[in-house]
Design a protein around this ligand. Sequence first.
Ligand code: DGT
Ligand code: CA
Ligand code: CA
Ligand code: ZN
Length: 584
Amino acid sequence: MPFKERHMENAHIADLFDQMADLLELKAEDPFRIRSYRNTARTLRDLSERVADWVEAGKSLADLPNIGKSSEDKIREILKTGTCARLEELQKEVPPGLPDLLKVPSVGPRTASELYKKLGIHTLAALKAACEKHELQTLAHMGAKTEAKILKGIVTLESSEGRILLKEATDYVESIGRLIKTIPAITKWEAAGSYRRGRETVGDLDILLHAGDRKAAIGALQQYEEISETISQGVEWLNVRLQNGLRVDFRFFEPAAFGAALMYFTGSKAHNIALRKRAQDNGWKLNEYGLFKGKKRIAGSTEADLYQHLNLAWVPPELREDAGEIAAAEKEALPQLIELKQIKGDLHCHTTATDGQNTIEEMARAALTRGYEYLAITDHSQSTRVAGGLDETRLKKHAENIRKIGGRMKNIELLAGVEVDILKNGELDLDEKLLADLDWVVASIHSHFQLSREAMTDRLVKAVESGVIHCLGHPTTRLIGQRDPIQFDFDRVLEACRKHDVLMEINSAPERMDLPDVLCKRALEAGVQFAISTDAHNTNDLDFIRYGIIVARRGWLTKKDVLNTLNVSALRKRLRKALKAQPL
Ligand code: DGT
Ligand code: CA
Ligand code: CA
Ligand code: ZN
């Protein structure tokens, strides 16, 4: 495949930097260099614009956080050649497969090197087999417990293997969309499947197209630079694999069937089966080409038409999981799902005071350009040391600063807040009087993820009962594909939240999406309210809000369920009330 720099995706470049960092780690090289590659990878992944476009436009990369001269040179090299000399060099110095071991949560570079040197293990399959045969225990510092943990890590990894985060899938759909725009033969297209339903991870992309000249369209699609191989190709389809392993299935349909194809390939499978049964109950047949009465197609060109013929309201894709949406569509009782444009401000972000990359003022200006009326600045508290968390003296000063800058700025209000750690015993990491003086307090767990279910529940309930917090931050603490959620009695925590008027956060960071959608729905049914926040660590991250909105929609939330749809004066009023809320 000829290589064209223009079309290379940020995620792809980021993967190469992560690979270099992994290889350096395995060779136990300079930690500073390793961190710099990791930061570059993260910055690239978080960007909402393509760095390839920047370079093409002749823009400098110096304004990007965390990207130094040497990384910039490598990015340019990668964009020009598709790879970089340093990476190829490193790959020759480390056994193939060994970097894969680092994907297992509890295996670090030192363990991986030891596994290779002492047991000759350099693939995941070999590591799994060795765990099952209890061979790891023969190593000096390795006990049965560690071995079991590694095995569990491999199993978690296998279950997420091959799926990518929604954010990454979105970047690829958008880049395919840009390509399609340049192909005159294609007159209509949609991305269906789990991507359209907004699932937090995506297994493969299902792209539907209409083209006058299919052959020309397929030929042009094959020029997509991210393709690594063509899996199969026919008159009506093209299946390919991308460089990052993602499979993309392109399928062609006529306009008369396009709505039926969109409905079928959007799924979910369970939703489809329920619809098909409904059609059958009427003596009709429903498939990806239309709704048929005998041989006659009675609907098929649009989804709206199909749902109408089935006597249902049109169901938003995020709800198509056969979780009650069909009954609701029958009764015209579907929720009016929340939309991005209803969000009036962001309630969780970090600044240079702790581990953020931009100042208070820069974050505030970025919020303003997104049309927000307010922004809560919520830096870390003291026990999150790696992030340079704030002690009481520093937080007081920081809050004054936030208020001063907020007072100076027009058209945006800043809320002086904090993301306070919930300590192991459920106490908060800062003095409660100080917390009560702040405008907005998010409380989160950042340590001791392994407590018993009972102790974890008590810990969360105690924080909620403190009376000084507004919101539980990233409530399950999971990192998709990397860290399992903490275990606790969700209903008990919901009950406490409802009683003390504490909100659940929907953290929009792509690797968190926490609360997860299914739990959102449960929290909603328990009468708890939500804040949709980004947890931004730089100005670009504020764009993650779109992923939080998708989670909320999958959780059946409407405008009134989400605090930060309020305008600034209503929010102020609501917060004063919340702080006064007393235990019943
Ligand atoms: P993924 O790719 O694993 O993230 O999830 P989906 O939902 O995109 O699943 P995929 O790509 O296997 O198939 C796309 C859609 O096609 C799926 O959501 C529903 C429809 N579909 C696939 N297989 C079947 C089937 O056996 N029966 C029915 N009724 N629909 C199917
Ligand atoms: Ca799919
Ligand atoms: Ca598929
Ligand atoms: Zn946090």
